[in-house]
Design a binder for this molecule. Structure first.
Ligand code: HEM
Length: 513
């Protein structure tokens, strides 16, 4: 090889080295700049407990999720993460951060991470609770709130609520001196009101025990599966195998309710259109004739709205009343004070009417206090950001399951004096309300996804519990201990059913008819 060729090669090599060095330097600068800027735009994930590869934190989950999540917040702070298999869970446990999620970034977090159980229960997630934030959700919510849950509609069907509440008082009067399963009776009363509003149906007195208990069991199981950690949700690639059988069982339960819906729809179709102007008739007309909505209203929407009302409206209200009565029996001075208020406003020779409820501030304070201590949906319905978002200085990636722990915030000693004491008086000054603007106290949630049934829940609670304690004195069944412990589910319930014995306290037995 000639010297000239070797020199040329060496010079060419120098050139290559120089070019490589320049490119490397430019790339390094780019990398550095990216690192620095990406650090700025993508803060880290929230802190959380150490997790195992693939399994994440699944092995340390406690069935009482609300309590377990509160304990994690104590260690990791008001925003924490948890790996549920491949799914990222984010726990929000302070009023400030709840405000960021539910108010400042309301639109981003107005979505749901729909569990497999939710899809099965609601004809493919076609209901209000699980629809993503968008036209379908807007349509369903508007229909429900306007046609069934508005104050105006509720006023127009007062006679129905009155009839059911009177039936319950009568039933209790027939069981004076005997232990009554309060949750079951409250469930049945609310169920009758809701089905009465939907299609005019009520469970007859003779079927009260059997049909009511069956309905309650189905709703209980559906609600149970909705709150249960399910591997199919945490490992979507395993969903096909349905390892815990959640989808299979949910299908069976949904089918049982669907059978009832089908037969109601059938009966309603056979009736003339002028008979019984109820919610179902309105929905059928909307389905057949169409409405002024961007999304066409179909049969899946119709049935899933019925499902929302039955599942979302019954257990929630009845469990709250059961907790309230249990707390009052445990604190007889609270029961006495509420009874005195009713005596002052209603009298002992009169029965409670819904028109009285606005004049019962102490009973209202009891409702607020029970929703503070035992918020019916302790973690709300989990929210899900539609895009990555920074909360409290940490990134919550798109698609994470966000649990806002209202239960823990409602028991935070830095906000509430003696938070574990049941003390309705704390609400008497009207300082706290649950309209969703106060993030120290939000049992119905806040923002776009706030509960759609607040007005109905309020009326049923006040009217039904007011009637119960105005008409009867209450004590526990012989040998029963006061037990106020909770059992976690998407809807919180009493661990031990309240069995209580009614004793009449009104002046005449006519008032129990
Ligand atoms: C004590 C009674 C009740 C309580 C404490 C309660 C509480 C709640 C809460 C916390 C949420 C979730 C809010 C969120 O995701 O941020 C919710 C959603 C909902 N509730 Fe209630 N609820 C009650 C009764 C009812 C009743 C009686 C109905 C209807 C008959 C109802 C219908 C709904 C519906 C449809 C949603 C879904 C709203 C949406 O995703 O847009 N609720 N409720």
């Amino acid at each position: 090889m000639s010297k000239l060729v070797v020199d040329t090669w060496l010079r060419a090599d120098d050139g290559i080295v120089t070019v490589v060095l320049i490119v490397a330097s430019i790339l390094s600068i780019f990398w550095l700049v990216r690192m620095l800027t990406s650090k700025k735009t993508h803060p880290p994930l929230p802190p959380g407990p150490r997790s195992l590869p693939l399994i994440g934190n699944l092995l340390s989950l406690d069935p009482e999720l609300h309590v377990y999540f509160a304990s994690l917040a104590k260690v990791h702070g008001p925003i924490a993460r948890l790996w549920l298999g491949k799914k990222l869970g984010v726990l929000i446990t302070s009023p400030e951060l709840a405000r960021e999620v539910l108010k400042l970034h309301d639109t981003t977090f107005a979505n749901r991470d729909v569990p497999v159980a939710g899809v099965e229960a609601t004809y493919g997630g076609n209901d209000i609770v699980w629809s993503p934030y968008g036209d379908q959700w807007r349509m369903l919510r508007k229909i429900c709130v306007r046609e069934m849950l508005s104050n105006q509609t509720l006023d127009s069907v007062y006679s129905l609520r009155r009839r059911e509440v009177r039936n319950t008082v009568k039933y209790l009067h027939n069981h004076v001196g005997q232990p009554v399963n309060i949750g079951e009776q409250m469930f049945l009363t609310v169920l009758n009101v809701i089905t009465g509003m939907m299609w005019g149906g009520t469970v007859k007195d003779e079927d009260r025990a059997t049909l009511g208990a069956e309905f309650r069991q189905v709703v209980n199981e559906i609600v149970g599966y909705l709150g249960m950690p399910n591997l199919s949700d945490f490992y979507p690639s395993l969903a096909l195998f349905d390892l815990q059988g959640v989808r299979k069982n949910m299908k069976v339960l949904a089918k049982r309710l669907d059978g009832i819906f089908e037969s109601m729809i059938d009966q309603r179709r056979k009736m003339g259109s002028d008979e019984n102007k109820d919610f179902l008739q309105f929905l059928l007309k909307l389905k057949d004739e169409g409405g002024d909505y961007k999304t066409a209203f179909n049969m899946a929407h119709l049935k899933s709205l019925l499902m929302d009302m039955v599942v979302g409206g019954t257990d929630t209200t009845s469990n709250t009343i059961e907790f309230a009565l249990a707390e009052m029996i445990n604190k007889p001075e609270v029961l006495k004070r509420a009874q005195q208020e009713l005596e002052d406003v209603v009298g002992k020779d009169n029965i409670v009417e819904e028109s009285h409820i606005n004049n019962l501030p102490y009973l209202y304070a009891i409702m607020k206090e029970v929703l503070r201590m035992h918020p019916t949906l302790p973690l709300l319905v989990p929210h899900c950001p539609s895009e990555s978002c920074v909360i409290g200085g940490y990134t919550i990636p798109k698609g994470a399951r966000v649990f806002v722990n209202a239960w823990a915030i409602h028991r935070d000693p830095s906000i509430w004096e003696n938070p574990l004491e049941f003390k309705p008086e704390r609400f008497l000054d009207g300082k706290w309300d649950y309209s969703g603007n106060d993030f120290n106290y939000f049992p119905f949630g806040s923002g776009r996804r706030i509960c759609a049934g607040t007005a109905m829940a309020e009326r049923m609670f006040m009217f039904l519990l007011g009637s119960l304690i105005h008409s009867f004195d209450w004590k526990l069944a012989e040998g029963d201990k006061h037990d106020l412990s909770e059992k976690f589910g998407i809807v919180l319930k009493k661990k031990v059913a309240l069995m209580a014995i009614p004793t009449p306290r009104l002046s005449s037995s006519i008032m129990y008819e």
